[in-house]
Write a protein that binds this ligand. Structure first.
Ligand code: MN
Length: 378
């Protein structure tokens, strides 16, 4: 009988901090405009002194998922961190199950911790996280930019600038504010202005109802928009299914998709033709990886969604997206270029319209401690 090996990555402490970073321009959502972005930075330290890092971040506050950086820090400090101390960080799955049994919900906070565990495991083995998740299907991921100034001329000017710089040829227009007719006209004009040179998608963030969507979305398809993201409320899967059936372009689920059972339900009810995977809303990298497998079995393509991460969270997304075979729509992890500053030595780069997957062990990035100190909330 062989003796069971002692745990190799015993967790000694879990540290958290809130950081506030400036962004390059105000960012417009259906119900909110943001001017800065906040992050929870998690550091998991082992008894041997190895450190894994993770990031918790929402798309500009609690409006999307209920959590905020303040709730993440509170639940990490009082509950998730203490539950992890003394555990073996290399046993990521059972530790995640323990966290789910003892803390309901809070996927963003759990994501930050799970990301740090995977970073630790990768660093301890000397391999990038992608190698732990099955290996690379690609080392660059086509990446779209969000046009979110809320104004036609400014959106088009921003797109022109990105195209001219060779940075992006896929754009997602944020819409859903004000009169639907005027909003539709604005976005249709954007799509027509970029026709033939760029792909244009839209994200309504649940702002319309089914009847409004039925009336106006076909006009966007006529103008050349090739994908519609979450036009109606997250709970209305029957409405999503009817819209998906009626529209000539794919409908993507984002707010409707959080958990693995959500993915099964969406696929089973044909409530969307594309799944927007996100590590933050799904509590880390492991669940969206499973969703991608489920979607692959159902013949449903996936998309790499963003919660407006810094290079820390973006590195995690890049590591995961690179391992998903059915990702024909690429991703939208433009956060580091959208932020006015970053938290790492070498930002995760977008070149020629694609996100480059870091190759160093773990997440593949190194914190810039001066920047971290500078942006830490006191
Ligand atoms: Mn979305």
């Amino acid at each position: 009988m062989t003796e069971r090996a002692a745990p190799r990555l015993v967790i000694r402490e879990v540290e958290t901090a809130i950081l506030d970073l400036p962004i390059r321009r105000p960012h417009f959502f259906a119900h909110l405009t943001i001017t800065r972005q906040s992050f929870v930075l998690v550091r998991v330290r082992t008894e041997d002194g190895l450190v894994g890092i993770g990031e918790g971040v929402t798309a500009g506050g609690p409006w999307w998922g209920g959590e905020s950086v303040e709730t993440m820090k509170a639940i990490l400090d009082a509950h998730l961190g203490p539950l992890a101390v003394g555990e073996d960080a290399s046993r990521v799955q059972p530790l995640r199950q323990k966290l789910d049994r003892l803390v309901a919900g809070n996927p963003y906070a759990k994501c930050a911790l799970e990301m740090a565990l995977l970073d630790l495991v990768g660093k301890s083995l000397g391999v990038p996280i992608a190698a732990l998740l099955g290996g690379l299907c690609r080392d660059r991921i086509p990446c779209q930019w969000a046009l979110a100034t809320g104004q036609l001329e400014a959106d088009i000017a921003e797109a022109e600038e990105k195209i001219a710089a060779g940075l992006h040829t896929q754009f997602k227009v944020k819409m859903g504010r004000g009169d639907p007719e005027a909003d539709t006209e604005r976005v249709a004009a954007t799509a027509r202005a970029l026709a033939g040179r760029a792909k244009v998608r839209v994200d309504l963030n649940e702002a319309w109802d089914e009847a409004t969507s039925r009336r106006f979305l076909p006009r966007l398809a006529d103008a050349g928009v090739d994908l519609v993201e979450q036009p109606i409320p997250r709970w209305n899967l029957d409405g999503m299914a009817r819209l998906a059936e009626a529209l000539p372009i794919p409908l993507m689920a984002d707010e409707s998709l959080w958990t693995l059972p959500d993915a099964l339900e969406i696929v089973r009810r044909r409530a969307a033709g594309v799944l927007s995977l996100k590590v933050q809303k799904s509590g880390g990298l492991l669940t969206p990886k499973k969703m991608a497998v489920l979607a692959e079995a159902a013949g449903v393509p996936c998309f790499g969604g963003s919660s407006l991460e810094s290079s820390v969270g973006n590195a995690a997304c890049a590591q995961l997206w690179a391992t998903i075979p059915n990702l024909p729509f690429g991703c939208e992890n433009f956060g580091p270029a959208w932020l006015a500053d970053d938290l790492v030595i070498e930002p995760v780069r977008i070149r020629d319209g694609a996100l480059e997957v870091p190759t160093a062990p773990g997440l593949g990035i190194t914190l810039d401690e001066d920047k971290v100190a500078h942006y830490t909330r006191r």
